[in-house]
Design a binder for this molecule. Sequence first.
Ligand SMILES: [Zn+2]
Length: 267
Amino acid sequence: MTTAVVNRWDGFLAQMRERFVQIMGEAREGCPMLLQQSNFDPLPMGNAWSAIELRAKQLESKLDDTWNDQVEPTFEQAGAPPDVLARERAKGETLRDWFEVERERTRIQIWSNAGRAFYQRARAELGRPFACVRCGAPLEIPFTYRALNVPCPHCRTMNGFEPGTYMRMGETCVHPLSEEAAWPAWLAMRQAEKAWRAARPVTIHHLKAWERAQIDYWRAYLTARVQLLPDTAHAFEADLRGKMRAFYDQMDREGPWVQAGRPRDLV
Ligand SMILES: [Zn+2]
């Protein structure tokens, strides 16, 4: 009896996974095409991605609803023991977790690629090699979305680089590009948060681990952002504190944190 329910549940999960993979595949294929077809107007691609994201989130809700409304009651009727119930529930949770990570990864990938496409387009628009105004030596065009001064490696003359319209449009992709650079740190931060949520009881060690993971993430994010927007460099430490504010506000309501004397790594 239980075996039949397990098989149906496994079949449902496999089907959901397949549909999700298909939707993300459509996004990765369709979004860059829309960007090209609209001559680098980001709006059609933005609308398409919003629709895709909604479909993906609907699948995530369906996963939860199907377990709660149908599968769990059926297991209970079939007399499934608690360990089987826990194991089968975990299968759904694992898949849902994977959906969330993949959806984020796909969003970041699509928008980072768009950012690089804007950059390439902007370079092509320049129509001439970027060369030193004094000695004519070819200069590397920096991957940045802001106007900046590029020193000539030969004669040390400062050359003004003006990124132009497409490059300025690419600035909307600074956020996903920074997220892309910080992706491994984002995964680690997510793990630390999950460890905290699962902990019984929560100790100061869970909270400190989560704090460190958050700081690592925001450092990686802001470091990438400084490369794209060099004028944000001076605000790095202030921005880092700003990004951590919500976390520290939350910690002020956590017993183990308060009892340990609010041991912030950032003051
Ligand atoms: Zn020069």
